[in-house]
Design a protein around this ligand. Structure first.
Ligand code: NAD
Length: 306
Protein backbone atom coordinates (compact mmCIF):
# COMPACT_ATOMS: atom_id res chain seq x y z
CA UNK A 1 0.00 0.00 0.00
CA UNK A 2 1.33 3.41 -0.94
CA UNK A 3 2.03 5.51 2.12
CA UNK A 4 0.92 9.04 2.72
CA UNK A 5 4.55 10.07 2.94
CA UNK A 6 5.48 9.04 -0.62
CA UNK A 7 2.09 10.06 -2.04
CA UNK A 8 2.48 13.54 -0.57
CA UNK A 9 5.90 13.81 -2.16
CA UNK A 10 4.40 13.76 -5.63
CA UNK A 11 7.43 12.20 -7.32
CA UNK A 12 8.67 8.68 -7.73
CA UNK A 13 10.87 7.44 -4.92
CA UNK A 14 12.39 4.00 -4.67
CA UNK A 15 11.36 3.78 -1.03
CA UNK A 16 9.75 5.90 1.67
CA UNK A 17 12.87 5.82 3.79
CA UNK A 18 14.20 9.10 5.18
CA UNK A 19 17.51 9.23 7.04
CA UNK A 20 17.44 11.78 9.88
CA UNK A 21 20.69 12.72 11.61
CA UNK A 22 20.52 14.95 14.71
CA UNK A 23 17.57 14.20 16.99
CA UNK A 24 17.88 17.00 19.53
CA UNK A 25 15.37 19.60 20.72
CA UNK A 26 14.26 20.27 17.14
CA UNK A 27 15.04 17.01 15.37
CA UNK A 28 12.92 14.78 17.61
CA UNK A 29 9.60 16.66 17.20
CA UNK A 30 10.28 17.04 13.45
CA UNK A 31 10.83 13.28 13.08
CA UNK A 32 7.56 12.61 14.91
CA UNK A 33 5.66 14.46 12.14
CA UNK A 34 7.39 12.38 9.44
CA UNK A 35 6.48 9.19 11.31
CA UNK A 36 2.89 10.33 11.76
CA UNK A 37 2.67 10.88 7.97
CA UNK A 38 3.82 7.30 7.38
CA UNK A 39 7.45 7.92 6.41
CA UNK A 40 9.96 5.26 7.45
CA UNK A 41 12.75 7.04 9.29
CA UNK A 42 16.27 5.74 9.99
CA UNK A 43 17.56 7.99 12.76
CA UNK A 44 20.98 8.60 14.21
CA UNK A 45 22.23 10.82 17.02
CA UNK A 46 25.44 10.75 19.04
CA UNK A 47 23.34 10.72 22.22
CA UNK A 48 21.76 7.31 22.99
CA UNK A 49 19.24 9.07 25.29
CA UNK A 50 17.54 10.88 22.41
CA UNK A 51 17.37 7.67 20.34
CA UNK A 52 15.60 6.04 23.27
CA UNK A 53 12.82 8.64 23.14
CA UNK A 54 11.95 7.54 19.59
CA UNK A 55 12.60 3.82 20.03
CA UNK A 56 9.40 1.82 19.71
CA UNK A 57 7.60 4.41 17.54
CA UNK A 58 6.05 2.85 14.45
CA UNK A 59 8.15 3.37 11.29
CA UNK A 60 11.27 4.41 13.28
CA UNK A 61 14.59 2.56 13.24
CA UNK A 62 17.43 3.79 15.45
CA UNK A 63 20.83 3.31 13.78
CA UNK A 64 24.30 2.83 15.22
CA UNK A 65 26.12 4.93 12.60
CA UNK A 66 25.36 7.72 10.17
CA UNK A 67 26.28 5.43 7.25
CA UNK A 68 23.77 2.83 8.46
CA UNK A 69 21.10 5.58 8.63
CA UNK A 70 21.59 6.74 5.03
CA UNK A 71 21.77 3.25 3.50
CA UNK A 72 18.68 2.71 1.37
CA UNK A 73 17.26 6.19 1.95
CA UNK A 74 16.27 8.63 -0.80
CA UNK A 75 16.68 11.69 1.35
CA UNK A 76 18.91 12.44 4.31
CA UNK A 77 17.91 15.27 6.65
CA UNK A 78 20.59 16.84 8.86
CA UNK A 79 19.46 18.73 12.00
CA UNK A 80 22.86 19.36 13.54
CA UNK A 81 24.42 22.09 15.70
CA UNK A 82 26.66 23.82 13.12
CA UNK A 83 28.72 23.57 9.91
CA UNK A 84 31.68 21.90 11.68
CA UNK A 85 29.43 18.99 12.65
CA UNK A 86 27.70 18.94 9.25
CA UNK A 87 31.06 18.71 7.49
CA UNK A 88 32.23 15.93 9.84
CA UNK A 89 29.04 13.96 9.16
CA UNK A 90 29.43 14.47 5.39
CA UNK A 91 33.16 14.24 4.78
CA UNK A 92 34.99 12.54 7.68
CA UNK A 93 37.33 9.99 6.11
CA UNK A 94 36.34 7.14 8.44
CA UNK A 95 32.67 7.86 9.18
CA UNK A 96 31.42 10.44 6.64
CA UNK A 97 28.27 9.59 4.70
CA UNK A 98 29.65 10.99 1.41
CA UNK A 99 31.48 7.69 0.94
CA UNK A 100 28.16 5.80 0.73
CA UNK A 101 25.86 8.36 -0.93
CA UNK A 102 24.53 7.48 -4.37
CA UNK A 103 23.75 9.72 -7.34
CA UNK A 104 20.36 11.46 -7.00
CA UNK A 105 20.18 11.00 -3.22
CA UNK A 106 19.23 14.32 -1.63
CA UNK A 107 20.84 15.89 1.43
CA UNK A 108 18.68 18.48 3.21
CA UNK A 109 20.59 20.54 5.78
CA UNK A 110 17.87 21.90 8.09
CA UNK A 111 20.21 23.15 10.83
CA UNK A 112 21.45 26.73 10.94
CA UNK A 113 24.70 26.32 9.02
CA UNK A 114 27.12 28.81 7.46
CA UNK A 115 25.92 29.87 3.98
CA UNK A 116 29.35 29.94 2.33
CA UNK A 117 30.22 26.51 3.73
CA UNK A 118 26.84 25.19 2.52
CA UNK A 119 27.61 26.44 -0.99
CA UNK A 120 30.87 24.44 -0.88
CA UNK A 121 29.10 21.34 0.47
CA UNK A 122 26.56 21.62 -2.37
CA UNK A 123 29.37 21.85 -4.97
CA UNK A 124 31.28 18.88 -3.54
CA UNK A 125 28.12 16.77 -3.37
CA UNK A 126 27.14 17.77 -6.93
CA UNK A 127 30.53 16.44 -8.10
CA UNK A 128 29.33 12.97 -7.07
CA UNK A 129 25.79 13.48 -8.41
CA UNK A 130 24.21 14.07 -4.99
CA UNK A 131 21.68 16.90 -4.62
CA UNK A 132 21.73 19.44 -1.79
CA UNK A 133 19.02 21.67 -0.35
CA UNK A 134 19.49 23.97 2.63
CA UNK A 135 16.24 24.31 4.55
CA UNK A 136 16.87 25.92 7.94
CA UNK A 137 13.92 26.66 10.16
CA UNK A 138 12.58 29.38 12.44
CA UNK A 139 9.95 29.12 15.14
CA UNK A 140 11.70 27.16 17.87
CA UNK A 141 10.68 24.00 19.67
CA UNK A 142 7.04 25.02 20.01
CA UNK A 143 6.52 25.42 16.28
CA UNK A 144 8.58 22.27 15.60
CA UNK A 145 6.05 20.43 17.79
CA UNK A 146 3.11 22.09 15.98
CA UNK A 147 4.63 21.51 12.49
CA UNK A 148 4.29 25.23 11.80
CA UNK A 149 7.97 26.10 11.32
CA UNK A 150 9.08 28.73 8.82
CA UNK A 151 11.40 26.99 6.37
CA UNK A 152 13.88 28.96 4.21
CA UNK A 153 15.01 26.94 1.21
CA UNK A 154 18.05 27.18 -1.05
CA UNK A 155 18.81 24.86 -3.94
CA UNK A 156 18.01 24.19 -7.57
CA UNK A 157 14.38 24.59 -8.57
CA UNK A 158 13.75 20.92 -9.41
CA UNK A 159 15.24 19.51 -6.21
CA UNK A 160 13.45 22.08 -4.04
CA UNK A 161 10.17 21.22 -5.77
CA UNK A 162 10.79 17.52 -5.05
CA UNK A 163 11.44 17.95 -1.34
CA UNK A 164 8.89 20.67 -0.65
CA UNK A 165 6.00 18.25 0.09
CA UNK A 166 8.24 16.45 2.58
CA UNK A 167 9.21 19.72 4.26
CA UNK A 168 5.53 20.69 4.43
CA UNK A 169 5.06 17.80 6.87
CA UNK A 170 7.20 19.81 9.34
CA UNK A 171 6.51 23.45 8.48
CA UNK A 172 3.91 25.89 7.32
CA UNK A 173 5.64 28.90 5.80
CA UNK A 174 8.08 27.73 3.12
CA UNK A 175 10.11 30.14 0.97
CA UNK A 176 12.48 29.25 -1.85
CA UNK A 177 15.05 32.04 -1.74
CA UNK A 178 17.66 31.09 -4.34
CA UNK A 179 20.50 28.66 -5.02
CA UNK A 180 22.21 26.48 -2.39
CA UNK A 181 23.23 28.59 0.62
CA UNK A 182 20.40 31.11 0.21
CA UNK A 183 18.30 29.55 2.97
CA UNK A 184 21.23 29.53 5.39
CA UNK A 185 22.06 33.15 4.54
CA UNK A 186 18.52 34.34 5.30
CA UNK A 187 18.32 32.22 8.45
CA UNK A 188 21.54 33.74 9.86
CA UNK A 189 20.38 37.26 9.00
CA UNK A 190 16.96 36.62 10.55
CA UNK A 191 18.50 35.39 13.80
CA UNK A 192 20.89 38.35 13.87
CA UNK A 193 17.90 40.73 13.68
CA UNK A 194 16.14 38.70 16.38
CA UNK A 195 19.27 38.56 18.60
CA UNK A 196 19.87 42.31 18.28
CA UNK A 197 16.23 42.96 19.21
CA UNK A 198 16.55 40.67 22.22
CA UNK A 199 19.65 42.47 23.54
CA UNK A 200 18.07 45.90 22.97
CA UNK A 201 14.91 44.78 24.79
CA UNK A 202 16.85 43.36 27.76
CA UNK A 203 18.98 46.52 28.02
CA UNK A 204 15.83 48.66 27.91
CA UNK A 205 13.92 46.77 30.61
CA UNK A 206 17.03 46.59 32.83
CA UNK A 207 17.42 50.39 32.58
CA UNK A 208 13.69 50.86 33.20
CA UNK A 209 13.94 48.74 36.38
CA UNK A 210 16.98 50.73 37.57
CA UNK A 211 14.81 53.85 37.11
CA UNK A 212 12.23 52.31 39.48
CA UNK A 213 9.75 51.13 36.83
CA UNK A 214 7.90 47.82 36.66
CA UNK A 215 9.55 45.84 33.79
CA UNK A 216 6.33 43.96 33.02
CA UNK A 217 4.37 47.22 32.62
CA UNK A 218 7.15 48.64 30.45
CA UNK A 219 7.16 45.55 28.22
CA UNK A 220 3.38 45.78 27.86
CA UNK A 221 3.77 49.35 26.60
CA UNK A 222 6.40 48.15 24.09
CA UNK A 223 3.87 45.57 22.89
CA UNK A 224 1.32 48.23 22.07
CA UNK A 225 3.93 50.64 20.66
CA UNK A 226 6.67 50.70 18.03
CA UNK A 227 9.20 48.83 20.23
CA UNK A 228 7.24 45.58 19.80
CA UNK A 229 9.35 42.64 18.59
CA UNK A 230 9.60 38.86 18.92
CA UNK A 231 11.29 39.16 22.35
CA UNK A 232 8.75 41.60 23.82
CA UNK A 233 5.85 39.51 22.52
CA UNK A 234 7.01 35.97 23.26
CA UNK A 235 9.97 35.95 25.62
CA UNK A 236 10.06 38.75 28.21
CA UNK A 237 7.19 37.66 30.46
CA UNK A 238 7.24 33.91 29.78
CA UNK A 239 10.96 33.14 29.92
CA UNK A 240 12.76 36.20 31.38
CA UNK A 241 10.73 37.98 34.09
CA UNK A 242 9.44 34.56 35.26
CA UNK A 243 13.07 33.45 35.75
CA UNK A 244 12.30 30.24 33.80
CA UNK A 245 14.91 30.76 31.05
CA UNK A 246 13.74 27.61 29.25
CA UNK A 247 12.56 28.49 25.72
CA UNK A 248 14.39 25.43 24.26
CA UNK A 249 16.95 27.37 22.17
CA UNK A 250 20.40 27.53 23.71
CA UNK A 251 22.48 30.68 24.09
CA UNK A 252 25.40 28.90 22.42
CA UNK A 253 23.32 28.29 19.27
CA UNK A 254 22.17 31.92 19.19
CA UNK A 255 25.78 33.15 19.53
CA UNK A 256 26.71 30.83 16.65
CA UNK A 257 23.93 32.35 14.49
CA UNK A 258 25.04 35.93 15.28
CA UNK A 259 28.64 34.98 14.43
CA UNK A 260 27.51 33.42 11.15
CA UNK A 261 25.64 36.61 10.26
CA UNK A 262 28.48 38.92 11.35
CA UNK A 263 31.00 36.89 9.31
CA UNK A 264 28.60 36.86 6.34
CA UNK A 265 28.23 40.66 6.46
CA UNK A 266 32.03 41.11 6.84
CA UNK A 267 32.68 38.77 3.92
CA UNK A 268 30.33 40.77 1.69
CA UNK A 269 31.86 44.08 2.92
CA UNK A 270 28.42 45.60 3.61
CA UNK A 271 27.80 47.82 6.69
CA UNK A 272 27.92 45.76 9.90
CA UNK A 273 28.80 47.93 12.93
CA UNK A 274 25.82 46.71 14.98
CA UNK A 275 26.46 43.07 14.09
CA UNK A 276 30.01 43.32 15.56
CA UNK A 277 28.74 44.84 18.82
CA UNK A 278 25.90 42.32 18.99
CA UNK A 279 28.34 39.42 18.53
CA UNK A 280 30.56 40.83 21.30
CA UNK A 281 27.61 40.90 23.78
CA UNK A 282 26.51 37.33 22.95
CA UNK A 283 30.12 36.07 23.17
CA UNK A 284 30.63 37.66 26.61
CA UNK A 285 27.31 36.21 27.83
CA UNK A 286 28.30 32.73 26.65
CA UNK A 287 31.68 33.00 28.39
CA UNK A 288 30.13 34.14 31.65
CA UNK A 289 26.97 31.96 31.95
CA UNK A 290 26.90 28.19 32.65
CA UNK A 291 27.35 25.91 29.61
CA UNK A 292 24.11 24.90 27.87
CA UNK A 293 22.05 27.80 29.27
CA UNK A 294 18.98 29.00 27.32
CA UNK A 295 19.39 32.07 25.08
CA UNK A 296 16.77 33.98 27.11
CA UNK A 297 19.32 34.02 29.98
CA UNK A 298 20.83 37.01 28.15
CA UNK A 299 18.37 38.91 30.39
CA UNK A 300 20.04 37.48 33.52
CA UNK A 301 23.51 38.24 32.13
CA UNK A 302 22.66 41.90 31.51
CA UNK A 303 20.93 42.25 34.91
CA UNK A 304 24.05 40.83 36.63
CA UNK A 305 26.34 43.13 34.59
CA UNK A 306 24.85 46.29 36.18
P1 NAD B 1 20.34 20.25 20.00
O1 NAD B 1 21.69 20.49 20.57
O2 NAD B 1 19.19 20.03 20.90
O3 NAD B 1 20.40 19.01 18.96
C1 NAD B 1 21.51 18.72 18.16
C2 NAD B 1 21.66 17.22 18.17
O4 NAD B 1 22.73 16.86 17.29
C3 NAD B 1 22.02 16.67 19.56
O5 NAD B 1 21.06 15.68 19.93
C4 NAD B 1 23.41 16.08 19.36
O6 NAD B 1 23.64 14.90 20.13
C5 NAD B 1 23.39 15.77 17.88
N1 NAD B 1 24.73 15.65 17.31
C6 NAD B 1 25.82 16.43 17.52
N2 NAD B 1 26.85 15.99 16.79
C7 NAD B 1 26.40 14.92 16.09
C8 NAD B 1 26.98 14.03 15.14
N3 NAD B 1 28.28 14.15 14.79
N4 NAD B 1 26.24 13.03 14.64
C9 NAD B 1 24.94 12.89 15.01
N5 NAD B 1 24.31 13.70 15.90
C10 NAD B 1 25.05 14.70 16.42
O7 NAD B 1 20.08 21.47 19.01
P2 NAD B 1 18.67 21.94 18.42
O8 NAD B 1 18.15 23.01 19.31
O9 NAD B 1 17.85 20.77 18.06
O10 NAD B 1 19.19 22.67 17.09
C11 NAD B 1 19.56 21.95 15.92
C12 NAD B 1 19.82 22.95 14.81
O11 NAD B 1 18.62 23.71 14.58
C13 NAD B 1 20.90 23.98 15.11
O12 NAD B 1 21.64 24.26 13.95
C14 NAD B 1 20.13 25.19 15.61
O13 NAD B 1 20.86 26.39 15.43
C15 NAD B 1 18.88 25.10 14.75
N6 NAD B 1 17.67 25.72 15.32
C16 NAD B 1 17.31 25.48 16.62
C17 NAD B 1 16.14 26.09 17.12
C18 NAD B 1 15.69 25.88 18.56
O14 NAD B 1 14.76 26.61 18.99
N7 NAD B 1 16.24 24.95 19.32
C19 NAD B 1 15.37 26.89 16.29
C20 NAD B 1 15.75 27.08 14.96
C21 NAD B 1 16.92 26.47 14.49
Amino acid sequence: MQKKCSRKWGFKVSSNRIAFIGLGQMGTPMVKHLLAAGCDVSGFDLSPAVLEELAGQAHFVGCKTTREAVAGSDVCILMLPNSDVVERVLWDTDTGISAVLKADQIIIDMGSSDPFRSQKNAERLAAQGVKFVDAPVSGGVKRARDATLSIMMGGDVDTVAKVQPLLELMGKHLSHLGAAGAGHAVKALNNYVSAAGLVATCEAITAAQAFGLDPKAVNQVFNTSSGKNNTTELKVEKFMLSGAYDSGFSLGLMRKDVKTAADFIKNLETPGAVSSVCLDVWTRAEESLPKGVDHTAMHQFLQDSQ
